[in-house]
Design a protein around this ligand. Structure first.
Ligand code: BV8
Ligand code: ZN
Length: 244
């Protein structure tokens, strides 16, 4: 795999690299992306219909079971070379910000340190009403437990459609997009706002923008590169080409 010399040069001279990842980065860890057809039990639902506060209030058990199923997949998943190479890239540049839409926690498991979780984390739980964090125990698999403080339903600590992003996380992501020299957008279909606008924010701030995705055709224009391929294959080659 070879890369435009100007891109390699931009990486080597970058002071601050920011990366936005989506479900595609975890695909090679065996986790289904949102675009994948929902398998089996969930084939009749769309994520947008399950990942909402209304769906949870209407049918807490259904939404709870969907997250319990996804969490069981996440707990068996291992970081893949794409995750590992992003942790390696962080060690090679003066400043590195990893902004993820994923809720699987695999970037942290791969060793990434500065991780902004825009949409929360499926391994964390909290009370729907008072937001108090809740330590799930195995007995809770069957149905959403009740909050010991207020009796509210316990839910996954993820951001649902129609819910605002954690303010701190979103501002930090905006700041990184505005201040970085190179902005990667890896494994995301770019359909969910406001995360999807971050690459445009970086472009407007004159960063070099790099997209890595099997559904783009490789092309380069000034300060904007698209690389066709899987994150787990492109990132090892790119890190090797830039930093040996
Ligand atoms: C907000 C956590 C407002 C939960 C997620 C109309 C009505 C209501 C709302 C809206 C509306 N129009 C717009 C909105 C806003 C809405 C939105 O954007 N909706 C979409 C559907 C249009 N956004 C929101 O509601 C957000 N909140 O706007 O708040 C507000 C403001 C102020 C005050 C109050 C409220 C909240 C959005 C967060 C939703 N939560 N996740 C959970 O996980 O269960 S979103 C979830 O879907 C993910 O986190 C991610 O963001 C998104 C999925 O996208 P991707 O990660 O890109 O995955 P996808 O499957 O789509 O694509 C995979 C890609 O990988 C593909 O391109 C594929 O080619 C590629 N790929 C595959 N294999 C590989 C690969 N790439 C590399 N390597 C590979 N091997
Ligand atoms: Zn509570």
């Amino acid at each position: 795999m070879n890369f435009a010399p100007a891109l390699i040069q931009a990486l080597r001279s970058a002071r601050h690299i920011a990366v936005l990842t989506g479900a595609g980065v975890s695909a090679e860890s065996g986790l289904p992306t949102f675009r994948d057809v929902q398998t089996g039990l969930w084939s009749q639902f769309r994520p947008e219909d399950l990942a909402t506060p209304e769906a949870f209030q209407r049918n807490p058990k259904l939404v709870w079971d969907w997250y319990a199923w996804r969490r069981s997949l996440v707990e068996r998943a291992q970081p893949n070379p794409g995750h590992l190479m992003l942790a390696e890239m962080e060690r090679r540049v003066p400043q590195f910000t990893l902004i993820t839409q994923n809720v699987d926690g695999l970037h942290q498991l791969a060793g990434s340190r500065n991780v902004i979780e825009l949409h929360g984390n499926i391994r964390r739980y909290k009370c729907f009403d008072c937001q108090a964090p809740y330590a799930l125990d195995d007995a809770d698999w069957e149905a959403p437990p009740r909050c010991p403080h207020c009796g509210g339903l316990i839910r996954p600590d993820v951001v649902w459609f129609g819910e605002s992003l954690p303010t701190q996380a979103y501002w930090a992501a905006l700041e990184a997009a505005q201040g970085c020299d190179v902005f990667f957008s890896i494994g995301t279909s770019g359909r969910v706002e406001p995360a999807a606008s971050l690459p445009r924010v970086a472009r407007r701030a004159r960063a070099t923008v790099v997209t890595i995705n099997p559904d783009v055709e490789t092309h380069s224009e000034s300060h904007s590169y698209a690389i066709h391929g899987k994150a787990g294959e492109v990132l090892p080659a790119l890190v090797r080409a830039a930093w040996g």
